[in-house]
Design a protein around this ligand. Structure first.
Ligand code: ZN
Length: 500
């Protein structure tokens, strides 16, 4: 192998080791660490992240990348080595634009505002965090200013959804909103769905045991994973041989454990499906937050909330929880897990209203960054948008502008669009899978998920971060990002459910 390529890979592997150690420290903090460890753990994680960052931006890495330009240009675009050099160069060019002192200032500020937010949220006290949020906005704009851009939000979006811009997303989201609002209004006129069968007493341990069997059925590899309890579920990875999920359960609501597990399993199936040859390189990741979310949503919603899925598993869940479910029909259960409701909290939202919550936040971010909305006017703007999008508004800020951690632990900008991109893409990819292999639909109806998983691995998962989301969408579907399959899915499913 080319000597410089070998040196680059060795350096990237060391950086990947430091990042994995940081992720492991975070996973431990979120699962088993005693409360007394919190301060030291914060320092340990930030030390590991700083070392990884410093190693990555060393000028030697730039020199190595430069020396590999010829090799990159002489091999095809989709070649693994070419892709590794291309993707690493893009990440390196981004990383070196941000001064180290600015990085440090930003991470100190995020720690400070996060701490303040944990106190302000339960007290419904927006005023106490407003000055800190002003500073977050200034820092977000300054961060964006280090990068060339058309719209000031573009560089921030690009961090998590590379190559996506306000110019692409705004018209797409407007179109989506115009189709979703009337659908939500039509459903709101129908009688309320009874969800009481999900809200009976279910023992937590039994919920998790059942949820784990679902993860097994859809293909989660327990040899390369595990599932542990936490407060805010997430998926994390320390290597392609160790891709973990986390989960929570509520004794009076089984849906959290079931659909939370399917969601995180979807993220994990993506990571477990990455080409093992990419281990310890920047290619051994999902390609963007939108594509990642498309896989959690595909397994959670398109598969996991479908009638076909529960035709297989309803008799099993009924047998596992006879007292709670013996007099419930499949139909009642299916309606309950797909109840649409206009609510104030994004994380509790159903498939139909969810994107409205996301698009409100996206639009507010864009306006704040542009200077068209000030922090002091943010709570009012939040309420006005909830009225416009969902026809309801929060009575206080703790279930309004203070509800999500994102603006209180990171930049304003780039934090939310991935959720809606994921929903849109989940249907676009799923459609494509069903169309290109008719066997998949008949397998799904028999509770056989390996052909769908195989198709996703072949077309999406194995590539890791080799292609950007727009490149991947084009390769997989033969066209650009489109909301049509998603709206067709929602309209079809919810018209039948609500008799529209
Ligand atoms: Zn997710």
């Amino acid at each position: 192998m080319n000597e410089n390529l070998h040196e680059l890979k060795t350096r990237l592997a060391e950086i990947s080791d430091l990042r994995a150690a940081s992720s492991l420290a975070h996973w431990d903090q979120a699962t088993y660490m005693p409360a007394g460890g919190v301060e030291a753990r914060g320092r340990q994680i930030s030390t590991l992240n700083r070392l990884a960052h410093e190693k990555f931006i060393e000028p030697r890495v730039g020199k190595l990348l430069e020396s590999l330009r010829e090799l990159e240009q002489s091999t095809p675009f989709e070649d693994d080595t070419t892709s590794l050099i291309r993707v690493t160069r893009r990440e390196w060019e981004k990383a070196v634009r941000v001064p180290a002192a600015f990085e440090a200032k930003m991470s100190d500020h995020f720690a400070q505002i996060y701490q303040a937010w944990t106190i302000a949220r339960p007290k419904n006290d927006f005023a106490s965090v407003a000055p800190l949020l002003e500073k977050t906005l200034d820092l977000s704009r300054e961060l964006a200013s280090f990068f060339p851009h058309q719209h000031i939000a573009d560089p921030l979006i690009d961090f998590s959804d590379e190559a996506m811009t306000v110019g692409v997303l705004r018209p797409l989201f407007t179109e989506l909103k115009n189709q979703l609002v009337p659908l939500v209004e039509a459903i709101a006129k129908k009688p309320e769905t009874d969800q009481s069968c999900l809200r009976r007493k279910y023992l937590k341990g039994e919920q998790i045991a059942f949820a784990n069997t679902l993860a097994t059925h859809i293909g989660y590899d327990w040899n390369r994973g595990r599932n542990d309890m936490t407060h805010h579920p997430f998926m994390t990875k320390f290597s392609l041989g160790d891709v973990r999920i986390t989960n929570r359960a509520q004794e009076n609501d089984i849906s959290d454990a079931l659909f939370g597990t399917l969601h995180e399993t979807g993220h994990a199936l993506y990571e477990q499906g990455i080409n093992p040859a990419f281990e310890s390189t920047p290619l051994a990741n999902g390609t963007s937050s939108g594509v990642h979310e498309s896989q959690s949503r595909l397994w959670e919603n398109l598969v996991g909330r479908s009638r076909g899925f529960w035709e297989i598993f309803f008799p099993q869940i009924q047998a596992a929880f006879p007292e709670q479910l013996k007099i419930v029909s499949l139909d009642e259960y299916y309606r309950a897990i797909n109840k649409v409701e206009r609510s104030l909290v994004r994380t509790d939202a159903d498939e139909v209203t969810y994107n409205l919550h996301v698009m409100i936040r996206f639009e507010l971010e864009v306006q704040m960054l542009k200077g068209a909305l000030s922090i002091k006017d943010l709570p009012d703007a939040w309420r006005a948008m909830y009225r416009e999008y969902l026809g309801i508004e929060p009575h206080d800020d703790s279930c309004g502008v203070l509800q999500d951690v994102h603006w209180f632990a990171g930049t304003i900008g780039g934090a939310f669009q991935g959720y809606t991109l994921g929903n849109i893409l989940s249907a676009q990819f799923y459609n494509c899978a069903l169309q290109s292999n008719p066997q998949i639909a008949s397998d799904l109806s028999r509770g056989e998920y390996s052909s769908l998983l195989g198709w996703l691995r072949e077309n999406i998962y194995q590539h890791g971060a080799k292609f950007t989301a727009p490149e991947l969408i084009e390769r997989v579907t033969g066209g650009p990002l489109s909301i049509a399959p998603y709206m067709e899915y929602l309209n079809g499913k919810y018209s039948a459910l609500y008799g529209l």
